[in-house]
Design a protein around this ligand. Structure first.
Ligand code: HBI
Length: 96
């Protein structure tokens, strides 16, 4: 099982994750993606969902029209792990 990152390590990895930041009051990272329209937003979610399933690591996310709010944390570890960093990188790559 992946280990939780230290606060320092979490801050460091965020430097390489454009648009991602710490979630207030939680050991988690978050990003709000804004797309052209719902079609683009849902297409992102579809591709990200397949990647998440492949990783067996799943996001907490909310979609309202063209906006997708994502929060990543490893529930089994109680905080941010390398799995969240990997999924965040993948989501950024999918979003383009
Ligand atoms: N996704 N974000 C997140 N955190 C987890 O701990 C997690 C998951 N997806 C699947 C998963 N754990 C399973 O491996 C365990 O529930 C067995």
């Amino acid at each position: 099982m992946a280990d939780r990152l230290s606060a320092e390590a979490r801050r460091q990895v965020l430097g390489g994750l454009p648009g991602w930041s710490e979630v207030q009051g939680r050991d988690a990272i978050g990003k709000t993606f804004i797309f052209k329209d719902f079609n683009e937003a849902f297409g992102f979610m579809t591709r990200a969902a397949l990647a998440a399933e492949k990783m067996d690591h799943h996001p907490e996310w909310r979609n309202v029209y063209k906006t997708v709010e994502v929060v990543l944390s490893t529930h089994d570890a109680g905080g941010v792990t390398a799995l969240d960093v990997a999924l965040a990188k993948t989501m950024n790559a999918i979003a383009g």
